[in-house]
Design a protein around this ligand. Structure first.
Ligand code: SAM
Length: 318
């Protein structure tokens, strides 16, 4: 059944590379991971898939991700292709390390808004959590993105016990001061977290309690998988804080998100290892077969079972 038959539209996370210069603790196993890249899909293969999803599943939202998308020099070209196809919502997720020099060109190419990973405001903790990231670079990227009008800017913070759970209020205040939205994510037992998930997991309820101790929270409209709250700090600065709770409040029942890896594997569920190679089907004369594959991928959504995904988000496309 397709979107025109009443099924809700899908959204796509389009991974453009499995490579990332950072080694975020929750993402990349200490042993490293196998890079994908040389065999990555061409821009025309990626846009063919997007066009197919638009026509068949009413696709309206594409998030460009990775690995780290900004290590590729042709992301602006990709964004321009997606905009030319009429995708209304072209977004990007980045670690922000190279954003300062790209914000203007990304905006000009049609990227509407960005999510930036930010797990700490302490340069030493930031460096430790990301392997060797430089906080100043991400902060410069955020300022450039705001100046370029890549709005709204959303900060993504994965909350990890023993690492950054005591920083959530500080991160929220930073977001409110700068006009950014912030979302606190529960860590998932995938990739690097398969072994140490129990040790690091912090529920959204706990993070929310920590914030509510000094901030007023009022329910606001949800966006995507985030439960949002209007929030005010002690100085009356207002903003939005979101909580993404894949563990304590799974949203699988309503999830219509697809992921395409850089090497052309379609993934219907983060919590499963099922992958569906689509590269041979990215041609109009094979779209019928492609539809069967996409339907199958969508049917793999986790129900009540545990997460079983082995792969890191860097490879899957975060
Ligand atoms: N390099 C980009 C970045 O840093 O934003 C995009 C890719 S990265 C894989 C995207 C997001 O994946 C991270 O911000 C983080 O929120 C999420 N992520 C990765 N591993 C995770 C895990 N085990 N649990 C929760 N979120 C995870």
């Amino acid at each position: 059944m397709n979107a025109s038959c009443g099924q809700r539209s899908v959204s796509l996370r389009l991974s453009v590379t499995g490579r990332c210069p950072l080694r975020c603790q929750y993402c990349v196993p200490a042993s490293g991971y196998r890079f994908e890249g040389e065999n990555s899909l061409s821009l025309s293969e990626m846009t063919a898939f997007v066009e197919f999803l638009q026509e068949t599943y009413g696709l309206r939202k594409v998030r460009i991700t990775g690995g780290e998308p900004l290590i590729r020099p042709d992301i602006e070209q990709l964004a321009a292709c997606l905009s030319a196809l009429g995708v209304p919502d072209v977004a990007l997720t980045t670690n922000g390390q190279q954003l300062a020099s790209r914000a203007v060109t990304l905006r000009q190419a049609g990227v509407r808004r960005i999510n930036v990973s930010l797990d700490s405001l302490d340069p030493a903790v930031f460096r430790r959590l990301t392997g060797h990231g430089v906080l100043e670079k991400t902060l410069a990227g955020l300022a450039a993105a705001r100046d370029a009008g890549l709005l709204p800017i959303r900060l993504n913070t994965v909350v990890m016990r023993g690492e950054n759970e005591t920083e959530v209020e500080h991160l929220l205040d930073f977001a409110l001061r700068n006009g950014f939205e912030i979302r606190f994510l529960e860590v998932m037992p995938i990739g690097a977290m398969r072994e140490s998930f129990e040790k690091h997991f912090v529920s959204s309820a706990e993070t929310m309690r920590r914030i509510a101790a000094h901030h007023e929270l009022h329910p606001a409209s949800p966006t995507g998988t985030a439960r949002n709250f209007a929030v005010k700090d002690r100085d009356g600065r207002a903003g939005i804080v979101g909580f993404i709770s894949p563990i304590s409040e799974p949203f699988c029942a309503t999830c219509r998100r697809l992921r395409l890896t850089a090497s052309g594997d379609l993934i219907g569920c983060l919590g499963k290892d099922s992958r569906f190679p689509v590269r041979p089907f990215l041609r109009r004369d094979r779209f019928q077969e492609l539809q069967e594959i996409v339907d199958t991928a969508l049917s793999t959504k986790r129900r009540h079972e545990e997460f079983r995904g082995e792969a890191s988000m860097a490879v899957i496309g975060g």
